[in-house]
Design a protein around this ligand. Structure first.
Ligand code: 26W
Length: 768
């Protein structure tokens, strides 16, 4: 679907008239935003409807998170009317960039949620019938600010500008029942536009509402309190996204959210399926369900329950589930594998609990080793085990991660079901992460190899032969992107960064295993080295951080405070600030990422080996033409395979080495024997920084004390990190450095989400 300028303007104007009683001249930015969006919705209705009615087998992607970011620019791009929109607004003296004020839809925490968003876009672009099912949180991931260097959280009112990209579908509302509560689930549908191909898939987000409309009679009889309470309890389910990334908190409200999502989705799907007159036992011919981590795994007992309610026997229902469900694992951290207290779950969802028990009995009846194979043990329900037992396929998200699942985390299950386990390496959509956020670079690529790479990223290989001739343009475009980021950071963070500095970037959720701490200590090492004259001619570098810490994650918040203090120290010191700047940007989100990724020179991917399942930021930076400074972890391994290890900068202990090191590891010894490391670590306790709350002291303790000091080998990897980092920084600005950037860009083809979703479709969903 390509909309010409005239049609576009006219339809925007019609919406302005109908919805806001204004015209182009009198409309404010909000009205314009809504009108432009709605005009596009009107034009694309036919294609959206066609998708819904196609009758092809579809995959339903069940996910507690969809980190969509801003829709307007991406949708206009995919529909081929970004230009038309720009011109229509310019004609009346307006600017499309006014919509930069629109809030991100941050209905996700980090990697897993953003992956879901990339997959929806890529599936639509590849013509794969994939629909998302999630929760329409009223408030997404909190908005982060820093006050005196400490993280503060505020509610995220993502609907402030309205929600023109969703359509409420009351006709599809269903009832979801808990032991103590019945609520109405109302779906809001968002179209997912393929890139220039007329395909529109669907993202259905459920909102919870009270079943009974406000009851005036009860209110008049002074029973208003009860009504209000029912209202409150119903809407509460979808109030807010849990901001924990990688740690499980056994909160009943979270379980309510999960069940609400899957019960509504499955009821909806079954109702439509039955209406077509098809037999429930053939469900797998029309549908499969992808479980995005353990969060929606309660869908399995729910489908068992629903099928038996329709008259099926347990075994038959189990067979249907075994053919329709697949499970993706996104993390090996034990604290993130979901477990529920059996009593709590049976109180809330007695019938669902019975199905879980039935699964446990079925597993027991297979006569396997009970120590290895269980779903319920000691009154705890292990959701990952349930998922593996029933699912048809189980996948990890990068080669190294899938191998760890097979040989370690789910070793026993792998021995039992070797064919269930497959790898699908993550990917990112090149539309948002190149065409949209880096249009000049995209145009440069187009000028040499045409536009085929937009939907076939492997074609970037063809750019390799042009590297010498495009190098000057690459430098110029990167420089312009850096200028823009500098201006944005100056305005929003009040920190000045000279654009000619090397931009060394670490943006991702804050977690100890990701080792922002290692980066921080290296900055202190450079700082004191420069001050004391030990480090000469330090290559001018801006160290850029962005990360949110889970509100209850003490150490993560302490690391933010630490880095903010380092930033203050460095930036205000005239002896070093000519060659070093440090900034921690506030409220890092998808839209911020779009600006940062295309402006970075060095991408920090420095997790302790074995901990980062894949990473996807690493892929975005690679595509943006950046050298990775990283460990052999997650998809970094495959990035090196594709781009050549010599074109990236790898350091640190490998997965194979980590276990051995940990047996005898004593971080205190490392610190004692290394004056410079000691100096950097001691800033946590020696008064260099104010620490009224003792936060930094606790960080220090976690490095040297306790049951497992320095769990993530920060001190162990310190020296090899410093060596690698200093070498890389010193090469910044040379032709050799930029060649590496370009070689990475040319080798990023594998990491297109188009490839990932095609792998899923072929290996797992068996569609198309
Ligand atoms: C139950 C609490 C909880 C919350 C979030 C547990 C687990 C999670 C996620 C699985 C964390 C997550 O986002 N994992 C990331 O998934 C990305 C997409 O596959 C990977 O690229 C990252 O390496 C992985 O950390």
């Amino acid at each position: 679907m390509v909309i010409d300028d005239k049609t576009f303007s006219e339809s925007v104007e019609r919406v302005l008239h109908a919805d806001f009683a204004c015209d182009f001249e009198s409309a404010g930015p909000r009205e314009l935003y809504n009108a432009v969006s709605k005009a596009v919705m009107v034009q694309s209705f036919d294609a959206w409807n066609a998708g819904r009615k196609s009758g092809k087998k579809r995959c339903a992607y069940f996910s507690a998170e969809f980190l969509m970011g801003r829709s307007i620019f991406a949708n206009l791009l995919n529909l081929g009317c970004l230009g038309a929109a720009k011109r229509a607004l310019a004609a009346v003296g307006r600017d499309l960039n006014d919509f930069e004020e629109v809030e991100d839809a941050a209905l996700g925490n980090g990697g897993l949620g953003r992956l879901a968003a990339c997959y929806l876009e890529s599936a639509a672009t590849m013509g794969i019938p994939l629909d998302g099912y999630g929760i329409r949180y009223r408030y997404g991931l909190f908005r982060q600010t820093f006050v005196d260097g400490y993280q503060h959280e505020e509610g995220d009112d993502w609907l402030k500008w309205g929600d023109p990209w969703s359509v409420r579908a009351d006709r599809d509302a269903v009832i979801v029942e808990f032991a103590d509560q019945k609520v109405k689930a109302v779906p809001y549908d968002m179209p997912i536009f393929g890139y220039h191909n007329d395909v529109v898939n669907n993202l259905r987000l459920w909102s919870s509402e009270p079943i009974n409309e406000f009851d005036f009679n009860a209110f008049n009889e002074m029973k208003g309190d009860r009504t209000a309470l029912e209202n409150f309890n119903a809407t509460k389910i979808c109030d807010v996204l849990y901001p924990n990334d990688n740690t499980m908190v056994g909160k009943i409200l979270r379980l309510r959210q999960q069940y609400f999502l899957v019960s509504a989705s499955l009821q909806d799907i079954l109702r439509k399926y039955k209406a077509q007159g098809k037999k429930l036992k053939d469900l797998d011919k029309s549908y499969c369900f992808q479980l995005n981590d353990t969060h929606p795994v309660i869908a399995i007992p729910e489908l068992l329950r629903l099928l038996q309610k329709e008259g099926m026997g347990f075994e038959e229902a189990f067979a249907v589930c075994a053919k329709t469900f697949n499970f993706t694992n996104h993390t090996i951290m034990a604290e993130a594998l979901e477990k529920w207290d059996a009593l709590a779950l049976s109180d809330l969802l007695p019938d669902v609990y019975d199905q879980i028990v039935a699964c446990q009995h079925r597993l027991e009846s297979e006569g396997l080793d009970k120590e290895k194979y269980f779903i319920i043990r000691d009154n705890v329900i292990h959701m990952a085990n349930l998922a593996i037992y029933v699912s048809s396929k189980v996948n990890g998200v990068a080669e190294i991660h899938t191998n760890i699942l097979k040989t370690d985390v789910f070793k026993d299950w792998y021995e039992l079901y070797p064919k269930k386990f497959v790898n699908v390496t993550n990917g990112i959509t090149p539309r948002r992460w190149m065409l949209l956020n880096n249009p000049e670079m995209a145009a440069l690529i187009d000028s040499r190899i045409g536009e085929g790479w937009h939907t076939d990223l492997m074609q970037l290989r063809g750019l390799k032969q042009y590297i010498p001739e495009i190098l000057p343009d690459f430098k110029r475009i990167k420089g312009e992107n850096k200028q823009k980021l500098v201006a944005y950071i100056a305005e929003h963070e009040g920190v000045d960064i000279p654009p000619e500095f090397a931009f060394d970037v670490q943006v991702k959720r804050l977690h100890e295993y990701k080792r922002q701490m290692l980066n921080a200590l290296s900055i202190l090492y450079f700082y004191y080295g420069i001050k004391e004259g030990k480090i000469k001619d330090f290559p001018p570098t801006a160290f850029i951080f962005g990360a949110k810490a889970a509100p209850g994650y003490y150490n993560a918040k302490a690391i933010i405070k630490f880095i903010n203090e380092i930033s203050k120290l460095v930036n205000s010191d005239p002896e070093v600030n000519g060659v070093m700047r440090v900034v921690f940007v506030q409220n890092y989100n998808v839209s911020y990422a779009e600006k940062i990724v295309c402006a970075a020179d060095i991408s920090e991917q420095i997790s302790m080996a074995g901990m980062e399942a894949s990473g996807t930021g690493n892929m975005k930076f690679m595509l943006g033409g950046t050298v990775t400074l990283g460990t052999l972890d997650g998809a970094n391994v495959e990035i090196c395979e594709e781009a050549g290890r010599e074109n990236n900068c790898i350091f640190g202990a490998t997965v194979e080495e980590v276990a051995g090191i940990k047996q005898f590891y004593c971080p205190r010894e490392f610190i004692e024997q290394d004056e410079e490391l000691k100096r950097a670590v001691n800033t946590l306790i020696d008064g260099t920084f104010p620490d009224e709350e003792g936060m930094l002291k606790k960080l220090y303790d976690s490095l040297v004390d306790g049951h497992e000091p320095d769990r993530y080998l920060v001190c162990f990897d310190f020296r090899s990190y410093i060596r690698a980092k200093e070498g890389l920084l010193r090469s910044y600005g040379t032709d050799e450095f930029y060649e590496k950037c370009l070689l990475n860009m040319c080798a990023a083809g594998k990491f297109s989400a188009d490839r990932s979703v095609s792998d899923y479709a072929r290996l797992i969903w068996k569609i198309k």
